[in-house]
Design a protein around this ligand. Structure first.
Ligand code: ZN
Length: 324
């Protein structure tokens, strides 16, 4: 029964009060839903040829001053001036974490696993929630690829002491794994990372294929070495029906500071000179080949292009390129 019929049969005066109450009730119900929207899991899907790509926001957390992580070999004024010129605050930044699922039609491949259950109280570890929102269950994942073994990439491998993706096999770089499992890491700055790999990655070693640059994960997904951020950091090139996307992982981790000034030192780059050289090599290729790339810590949904500048590169977020 529509409103016109109601008005016609009962008259406006009789309906006016209940209608106002109804509107108020609707408004009241709508307010918490709007507030809740901020905590709904974020996922963003698009097509790459015949592949379906789903980027999930595992978390996005405010951090301290960006200059404490990026440009640590520069003066605060120099870093601040570049932030200011790019409309960004100097005292805080948001670090986001974007694992990616790629459905090739024959495999469901997940790249990195987010921060995991240990970060849930702080708003991270939302990968599975985001996958479910996009229509995938953890059981659907057939391959988990680890780009490298920092905690924000391997944290979601286990859930309650069990593999979070129970039907998956695993693919990761040989160099990266060998570095982190080595007992020589005990007593060094890498000791915590070593413990994390023993807890989350080593139990899965029997189901893991260890690869080097040039290896094919499945048809259309190829590994490339991009060492520096971590000793065996790998990136992955996706290709389907002539469309390409480079999963650049942590090659560059701030869309302004790391891309516009690829030489600047970054706290989390374990070999700072190698990381800077890799950054320039990879993003020169991304710019020259006009490749789309996805950076794990770029602003969600973390996909874009780069334009070469005199120094470094300008991040150009994706728009509708994959929708047409
Ligand atoms: Zn990372």
């Amino acid at each position: 029964m529509n409103r016109r019929v109601l008005l016609g049969s009962a008259g406006f005066a009789a309906l006016a009060a209940p209608m106002i109450m109804t509107r108020a009730a609707v408004a009241q119900a709508a307010t918490p839903a709007k507030a809740d929207r901020a905590v709904l899991p974020d996922s963003h899907g698009f097509k790459l040829g015949s592949f379906e790509v789903v980027v999930v926001k595992d978390g996005a957390m405010p951090s301290g001053a960006p200059g404490e992580t990026f440009g640590t070999d520069q003066s605060p004024e120099t870093v601040g001036e570049l932030l200011d010129r790019n409309f960004l605050p100097k005292d805080r930044f948001v670090n986001s974490f974007s694992p990616v699922l790629v459905n090739t039609g024959s495999d469901v491949v997940l790249f990195d696993t987010g921060l995991g259950e240990g970060a849930r109280a702080k708003g991270g570890g939302r990968l599975v929630e985001g996958l479910v929102a996009a229509g995938y269950k953890p059981e659907d994942v057939s391959i988990v690829v680890l780009t490298h073994m920092h905690g924000d990439h391997i944290g979601g491998l286990m859930e309650g002491g069990k593999p979070a993706f129970p039907n998956a096999r695993y693919v990761t770089g040989r160099t990266e794994y060998d570095f982190w499992v080595d007992p020589a890491r005990v007593g060094t700055p890498a000791e915590n990372g070593h413990k994390g790999v023993l807890a989350n990655v080593q139990p899965l070693a029997e189901k893991t294929t260890f690869v080097e640059g040039g290896a094919s994960v499945v048809t259309g997904i190829t590994a490339e070495a991009a060492f520096g951020h971590s000793p065996g950091h790998m990136i992955y090139r996706l290709e389907s029906e002539g469309r390409q996307l480079l999963l650049a992982a942590d090659t560059a981790n701030h869309f302004v500071l790391s891309l516009q000034r690829p030489d600047w030192e970054v706290k989390f780059d374990m070999d700072k000179a190698a990381a800077a050289a890799t950054r320039k090599r990879v993003f020169d290729m991304v710019a020259t080949d006009r490749l789309a790339f996805l950076g794990y810590h770029m602003p969600f949904p973390a996909v874009g292009y780069v334009e070469k500048l005199d120094t470094g590169y300008r991040f150009v977020p994706k728009a509708y390129q994959f929708d047409i």
